[in-house]
Design a protein around this ligand. Structure first.
Ligand SMILES: [Zn+2]
Length: 81
């Protein structure tokens, strides 16, 4: 079984791939992404007994900003106890 094949099915949307003639946009700022996204977000939606998972594309600026914010918050929580 291919790795991608396991991720397609109930609870997993199809992987987002750029199509010819269409542009991919950052999910955070809507900037056009040229080529492969620099990063992806992770959204989880509980739906009954399953969880719907989405990995929206992010531009380089937003993927760095979101990652640094997460690291800062994680570090702040570690300092609090
Ligand atoms: Zn962006």
């Amino acid at each position: 079984m291919r790795r991608d094949a396991r991720r397609v099915g109930p609870g997993y949307p199809r992987p987002v791939r750029p199509r010819l003639g269409s542009s991919l946009r950052c999910d955070a700022c809507s900037a056009e992404i040229d080529g492969v996204p620099s990063g992806r977000g992770l959204l989880l939606f509980p739906r009954g007994d399953s969880v719907v998972r989405e990995e929206p594309p992010l531009c380089e600026r937003c993927s760095h900003a979101i990652a640094m914010t997460a690291l800062f918050r994680f570090d702040a929580e570690e300092d609090e106890g």
